[in-house]
Design a protein around this ligand. Sequence first.
Ligand SMILES: Nc1ncnc2c1ncn2[C@@H]1O[C@H](COP(=O)(O)OP(=O)(O)OP(=O)(O)O)[C@@H](O)[C@H]1O
Ligand SMILES: O=C(O)[C@H](O)[C@@H](O)[C@H](O)[C@H](O)CO
Length: 236
Amino acid sequence: MGSYEKKHIDTSAATDYAPNSAELKTNGTHAATAVKGDQTNGRIPEHEQKRWIWFITGPTACGKTTIAKALAAKLSFTFVEGDDYHPKANVEKMSRGEPLTDSDRAGWLEALRDHETAIPPEGESPHLVMTCSALKRHYRDVLREGAKNAGNLRIRLVFLDAPEEVLVQRAGLRQGHFAKANLVDSQFEALERPDGEKDVSVVRVDGRSIEDTERDVEKHVREVTMCDDGSYLRVL
Ligand SMILES: Nc1ncnc2c1ncn2[C@@H]1O[C@H](COP(=O)(O)OP(=O)(O)OP(=O)(O)O)[C@@H](O)[C@H]1O
Ligand SMILES: O=C(O)[C@H](O)[C@@H](O)[C@H](O)[C@H](O)CO
C-alpha cells in the first residue's frame, strides 16, 4: 500500500473481519494463497460465498451517495440509498434544518438493518454498498446486528472524514437536496467518531478530488474483499 493511503485510510483493522491473515497480506496486497473454492471457473461455489455489505457513513454532505454509487458501479455491487428508508416526517424535519433525535432514527436504523438480511431480488448482486450517516456508536451497533442474524454476512464501514466547515460549504453549494447547510452543525454535535472501531476505515475526503477519493475507496474495498481475478475470498 502506498504511503499516501497509509496516511489517509486507516486499514489497521483490515484483518479483523476480513480474510484471515494468510489470505490478506498486511501490506494490503493479495496473498497468493487466497482460497479459490473448487476452482470451477476460478470462482468459489455460491453456497460458500459470504455476502459483503459496505456502509459508507458520515455527516450530511460528506459525499456518501457520491462515493457509494461509484463504488457499487465499479464492483457491480447493489447500491442502497439509506436516506430512502427515512419516514416522511424525518425528511420534513431535516428539510427544516431540525436535527433528528435518537428516537426519530431508531426505526430507520432498524429498517436498514433488516434490509441487510433481506433476500436480494433475482439478478441483483447479493453484495451491497449502503449509505447511512451512522453518526453514533450505538447506531453503528444496530447496523452490525445484521451480521449476528446471518452468519454469512460481513459488514464493514467507511467513514468519510472532513471538517465541519467543508461540509457546510458542500451542503450550501448542493442543489435539489432536502438537507441544507443549516443541518450540518447538529450532525457534528451528534457525531461520535468511529476512531478505534476495528471494522471502520476512516477516509479523509477534503482537499482532494472526488475521483481520487473514489479510486482510493475502491482500491481499499477490493483489497479487503476480493481476489485479483474478481472471485470472492472465502472468509473463515
Ligand atoms: N470527495 C469530495 N470532494 C469534493 N466534493 C464532494 C466529494 N464528495 C462529494 N462531494 C460533493 O459534495 C456534495 C455532497 O455529496 P453527497 O450528496 O454525495 O453527500 P451525502 O453524504 O450523500 O449527503 P447526504 O447525507 O446529505 O445525503 C455533492 O455536491 C458532491 O458533489
Ligand atoms: O442521521 C441523520 O441525521 C440523517 O441520516 C442525516 O444524516 C441524513 O439522512 C442525511 O445525511 C442528510 O441527507
